[in-house]
Structure formats: structure tokens, C-alpha cells
Design a protein around this ligand. Sequence first.
Ligand code: PA5
Length: 477
Amino acid sequence: MVWSWIWPTAPGSSVSSPTIDFANTVAGVVPGTGIHPGRLHGDLAARFRDAHAAAAARRRAGEMGFFDLPADRELAVRTRAAAAKVAGRFDALVVIGIGGSALGTAALTDALLPPYWHELDAASRGGRPRLHLMDNPDPESVAALLGLLDPETTCFNVVSKSGSTAETMAHVLVSWNWVESALGPGAIRDRFVVTTSPGRGSLRKLADDHGLCALDVPHAVGGRFSVLSPAGLFPAAATGIDTDALLAGAAEMAERCSTPELVKNPGGVLATLLHVADTEMECHVHVFMPYADRLRGMAYWIQQLWAESLGKAVDRAGRLVESGPTPLPLFGAADQHSVLQLLMEGPRDKIVVFLGTEAPELDVDVPARVADELALAYLGGHTLFDLLDTERRATAEALRRAGRPNLAVTTERLDAHAVGSLLMLFQIAAVYSGELYGVNPLDQPGVELGKKLTYGLMGRDGYPRPEVPRSDWRWRV
Ligand code: PA5
């Protein structure tokens, strides 16, 4: 019997859409473990039908606005118009945001801007701005970044769904003062674009009070699900990314994931396999491992999506479950020389999701002549992509032989359409996973306490100063 576990690109699709190859999770293929393939048509199919129905009901109830973003032409047009004003005018765009308000932009721009974008001159960037992210309030990096920039030619895009996150708002105050002291108050209006919830929050008020350009993150779109809203689209459009293709890829993936039939639904397959790996195969660590530098930002974005959506104390019924897989981004081939030893021989608590492309935008030949002289003939005549891709396939096979399950999500190319598809695939897989775990994938109550304690300690109005014990000298060395 010939097994064909390669997830086919949607029939009739002329553009690059992700493929999921999950052969190395199948019992009989991966020694000593794996999912019996019959289950995909049996109990797992039934379980997924329920998860699909629950997610669809929540979508109908208006809780999952990210599904509707690709079709929101008006929002996209407004975002592109705002971006056009920035694109040719400024040399640098600084995105101020954190968590879901920054990681999506990093995923998008890592994937779709040419590598070393910052190092290119203005002509090579087509007059588009360099892009910087200000997320962590580390004074040394913030001061260093501002020290490199010219207030005259720098624009800030402040992204915050709540409009009140401490790190983001502190960065606003610092950069606002930096612009104002250099250029005067009149310079602020053109140099700050805010992206936030409509009609509420301190950031929205700041924008209204000062007549700043303000873009909306729709109410039903949560932070880590906002990459295809103006939160990600504005910096993408300002740097020249094809946002139409991005949204078209996302829409196509949403369509592919609309069926309740498990074996036809890529988001369902991804969510189901990883849920089974965690809950039945002891694979509590989900490794996301791109073999393309352009997918590094995507791996960190997936890490947040998985961790905040699935790491929950209680299930939907309020029962204590303390559930959720641990997402771990690793990077091929470099981490083969760092972490692969652990994946191969350490605890059998991991499943690896490889991410990659079948063809790079450009390739580099490894010359044969010098290689021959150095007895490195096996490398000569290949390309660097041959090596990188062969290493991905070799690592997957090595893991399989060691009885370590793994699967691969690949795209034909890594263009805007494919990246839009990947972003939608993982967002949909996250909400299906939430249903499979029985938890709410859209909230993040676990991060609230730390925020409240910070506000109290920093003296924010309405937040009592908490008792935080001083470190005890007896337990220090
Ligand atoms: O996914 C989330 O909801 C969080 O990671 C938020 O994006 C993060 O806390 C930042 O919040 P905000 O966008 O309100 O500034």
C-alpha cells in the first residue's frame, strides 16, 4: 500500500498554499508511537466535528473577528491610505507595541521584507522606511535606537488594543518627548499613527486630543489574533508588502478550514495531531522549527499564539485543568548544532513541527572547483538551499527513526499569499485547539495579575500598592 500523507494544495489553486506532511506522526511509520490513521476517520473526526461546531458558534456570536479580517476591504483600504502617507516620506518607522501588538508585525516583516532591510539604502528599499520594533522597555536598547534615528525622518506607529499597556505607553511618552524636544509640538501630528480599539482607551484619547491618524483594531479581534488587522497591515503596507496577496492567502486558508470534515481541514488536522501528541503521546513540548530565516518571526509569533491561547488554569466549565502544551521555537539548521541532541535522545516529550518552503526567492551555488581541491566534493555543485532543505528532511527522518514524531508545514514559495495562508492556518488551529482542550483560546487571565501588580507598584491611579515581599537575605548567596 502506498501511503500519501502529503496535504495537497487546494485543487485549482494557482498560488502557493501550505502543505502539511504528517506521515511521521502515523503509527507504523514512526516506530513505537504514533496515531493510528483510522482514527482520522473515527473518534478524532467526531471530536473535531464538535470542536468545529463550537468554534463556528463562537464565530457566529461575534467572538472571533480575525476570521473576517481578510474580507474587510474598507479597513484594508483605509490602512493602505494611511500607510501611503508614511511610505515615501520617512526614513524610519518605529512600531511601538508588545506581545500580540508586535509579534505579528515581526512575523510579517521578517517573512516578506528582504533580509537585512535595515542595511539597505533608500533606493534599494524603494524609498520605503526602515522598520524598528520597540517592545521591551529596556532603557539601553531604547536609548540606543533613538540615538541612531533622526526625529525629522522618523515616524512612530503605536499599536495597543487596550490602549493602556504600561510598556507601550511608556515608550509613547519617551518618543513623544524625543520628537517634541527636537522639533516642537507641531511635529507630533504627522509623526504618530496609532492603532487601537475604536472609541476607548488612553491611546485613542491621545489620538483624538492631538488629531493623530488613528486606525482601528476591531473589538472582536484580540491582540494575538490581530496580525491581519491594521496592527500588522499598516507596517506591512508602509514597507511595501503586498497586503492584497496577504489577505487573499488568508481568505483562501479560511475557506479550506471551513469544512467540518477533519481530513479535509488543514487547521483541524494540525490542531488534532498536536492535541493528541500532548494529551495521549506525552509530547507536551511543541517545537516549531523553521528552516528559513524569513520564518523566524513566525516561530515566535506561533509561540505566543500557542502559549497564551492554550495555557489555561480552568476549562470552559470552570474546572481546574492547568493545561496547555509548551511551545518552543528552534531554528534549522543552526539548532541542529545546539538542541537536536536533546530532541533525538532526551525525554520523549516533544513533537517537532518543521516550517519551510520548497523554493527560496534566490539561491546560492556552492562552487565545485575549490571544493574538489579541499576534498569537499559532495558540497560542490549543490546550492545552499539544497543543503538547508536536505538537512530539514534528514533531521525529520532521523527523528522518525528514533521514534520521535514530527510533521512539516511547507509552502511552494514564501510569498505574501503563502504567508497570509500560514498566519490564518495557525490562528485557526489555535482556536480549534482551544475547543479540543476545552479552554477559552481568546483570553489570557494569567497575564493580568502581573500587570495589576506592576500598575500598583508604579503608582497608577485606581490600583492599590501591593505588598511584594522584599528578597530575604537568608535565601541569597
Ligand atoms: O495577545 C494578547 O492579547 C496580548 O499579548 C497583548 O497583545 C499584549 O498584552 C499587548 O496588549 P495591548 O495590545 O492591549 O497593548
